[in-house]
Design a protein around this ligand. Structure first.
Ligand code: ZN
Length: 320
């Protein structure tokens, strides 16, 4: 017959075994859950990577990267990023897999690159310019202003969707208004950033000063404007070649081509200033010849990317 003491002892042993069993069971459950989580996150990341691969345009890819930075639930919180939190064009220098063909070419080509840029649009000539660029399989950069009539909404979208770089060239292009004070400058940049974002879903960080960064019409010290752009991760681009369509010289299309070619041949890399507004019809007329000539002479035409060397009249690095 077992004593009361024996019974007590075996009860304690049963309790200990049961306790160990429960702990083991809990540990197995935790491990199984962790494995399931990690597989799920991996799968989501894989799917995202595949989606990015399907959209090989720089603008689109950057927008996607801004919208969907991580395979985490927090990603939705950055659906409407402000310029303050967006990645700078220099940031996120990823592996080859994450870069577009243009970005790789921009990064890997040392000299002979030509960045065609069109300011002040979109306008009457933009669609035809886009047609020509498409025909030549060339991507360019459009520094746009606001066209509140809504008449050119499709053109903003087309620029973005066809893989060209879209950048801010101010909301109003009214020097007196934009450059009246630092506050009005900031307001103009923010307003145009939102304007482009609302039409394309893309938060651009490419900027071109109306009149260039070396303009003499700004009432605010240019250093203050540059400081604001630097602090908010914008990169600004001036030019070192132009076709003369804003000089009032009334050049013929052939003369415009010659102007560009003579300047391009003198630079290691060229950022070419042109305009796609209605009054610049000659620019459109000169484009087929210009594109052919640049191709024939072996230049690589690219949109501005995070790898482009910035042509700046007033250098950003000089401003702290
Ligand atoms: Zn302009």
């Amino acid at each position: 017959m077992r004593s009361y003491k024996d019974n007590k002892g075996s009860n304690i042993a049963i309790k200990i075994i049961a306790g160990i069993f429960i702990v083991l069971l809990a540990a197995t459950a935790v491990l199984a859950f962790a494995k399931y989580r990690s597989e799920r996150v991996n799968n989501e990341a894989k799917t995202q990577k595949e989606q990015v691969k399907e959209t090989p345009t720089p603008a689109k890819e950057e927008a996607k990267a801004t919208k969907e930075p991580e395979a985490s639930p927090e990603a939705t919180a950055t659906l409407e990023p402000s310029p303050e939190v967006s990645a700078s064009p220099e940031a996120n220098v990823g592996s080859d897999e994450e870069l577009t063909a243009e970005e790789i070419k921009d990064r890997d080509t040392e000299t002979g690159k030509v960045y065609l840029t069109f300011d002040d649009g979109p306008g009457e000539n933009t669609n035809e310019i886009l047609d020509l660029l498409k025909e030549h399989n060339v991507k360019a950069t459009f520094f746009v202003i606001a066209q509140d009539s809504g008449k050119y909404d499709d053109e903003y979208r087309r620029i973005f969707e066809e893989g060209h770089t879209i950048g801010i060239h101010s909301y109003t292009h009214d020097y007196d208004q934009i450059y009246a004070s630092l506050d009005s400058f900031k307001e103009d940049v923010t307003k145009m950033s939102d304007y482009i974002y609302n039409l394309t879903g893309y938060r651009t960080l490419f900027y071109r000063f109306p009149g260039g960064s070396g303009n003499t019409v700004c009432n605010v010290p240019m250093a203050d404007c540059i400081k604001y752009l630097n602090e908010n991760n914008y990169s600004y681009y001036d030019w070192n070649a132009e076709n003369g369509d804003a000089t009032g010289e009334k050049l013929t299309p052939d003369q415009m081509v010659e102007r560009v070619m003579s300047e391009v041949r003198n630079n290691r890399n060229s950022t070419v200033l042109m305009h796609d507004t209605i009054s610049k019809r000659t620019t459109l007329e000169s484009l087929p010849k210009l594109l052919t000539q640049l191709e024939d002479e072996g230049y690589v035409m690219l949109p501005l990317t995070k790898f482009s060397k910035k042509v700046q009249q007033v250098k950003a690095e000089t401003v702290n």
